[in-house]
Design a protein around this ligand. Sequence first.
Ligand code: ATP
Ligand code: MG
Length: 424
Amino acid sequence: MSKTLQSIRGMHDVLPADTPAWQWLETAARELLAGYGYEEIRMPIVEQTELFARSIGEVTDIVEKEMYTFEDRNGDSLTLRPEGTAGCVRAGIEHGLLHNQQQRLWYMGPMFRHERPQKGRYRQFHQIGVETFGMDGPDIDAELIILTARLWRVLGLKDVRLEINSLGSTEARAAYRELLIQHFEAHAEVLDEDARRRLHSNPLRILDSKNPAMREVIRSAPSLLDHLDEASRAHFEGLQALLTAAGIEFTVNPALVRGLDYYCRTVFEWITESLGAQGTICAGGRYDGLVEQLGGRATPAAGFAMGLERLLALVEAGGARPPAPKPHAYLALAGEGTQAEGLRLAESLRDALPGLRLVVNGGGGGFKAQIKRADRSGADLALIIGESELAEGTILVKPLREAGGEQQAVPRDGLAEFLRARIG
Ligand code: ATP
Ligand code: MG
């Protein structure tokens, strides 16, 4: 026997037993976003490597060590997208969606990062991303947060909390950067290798470190919030007032900087304690400089992305599991002429009853085997046609889930009505 092949480490199949939960989550998000006027955009999964280097930042975990980058047959450097914002902005510029316009967009799909696989951290994972363009006030930041809070309610998630911070303007951040470098230089002995490497290229990123040995030096670092420019301070206060008015609880975490360079002003994360170390289920913020940085005209923008694997794990941890839809009926057929009649009948039932879930027996077999399959399918009813039913123009209907349910013969012409009453 030849060697069996396996999926790539950190990249998982979603099996039929699990797809109902995914579909339920995706449908809930899709309906909710439509309810706020957000429109779906679909971008390619592969982009030029340069797009990510120029947007996410050269000195970030993602670009330094997590990207799936390869040369295609033309020798062009391509990358499997590690996140969606860069591609969304690229598409918006390319198709003229951004200049002098307002856009509320969302997308859903796989992202790829070469990280160490563990619970809640995969190499192919899935995000729903939401991006807005052309709106610079804190009202849209608040809307993004309010709609995620509603999604958590729809999904029945309770154990989630919101952290927010402001990164200020580019100029304010540059001044703050110098203070940070001084602080970390004064404590160089506790910095790990990553932090030392980034000390002069990207010291803010050190605040994002999850290394417990550096917790204290990060806690004692000067706070960006004390060095915000006036406009950013007003923006941040505006956001807090809007969240409070909306009844959304939050804490301000001055160390929240996010792992991507393009953010400015508002950043936020929704965090749960129920999933262990991988507790951030949704993260985002404002990125007013990115459109221009990627060659478009300056356009204010804000957005977020949520990790679907972590959201589903949280749904599961809360004990809520959406039921898998079972067939309403399973059609069992045996005997001369019953296959043609069965397929015809099934199509006429589908015409009459939109939404009907009907499985037609495939692969033959006797009635006993077919009823066993019907039972295993989870169907509520078995519909049975043998030679005598065919001759009489009836269908034998056998309830599969009712204790003491009696089977009965239903005339062919009355079957659709019978099923309509039965399935509601
Ligand atoms: P983390 O700090 O957990 O590495 P991040 O800051 O890199 O997250 P973002 O790039 O902001 O994450 O992505 C948004 C969301 O996507 C995260 O909050 C998380 O829910 C999810 N996510 C990110 N990376 C992974 C991954 N490797 N596997 C599963 N989900 C992920
Ligand atoms: Mg990460």
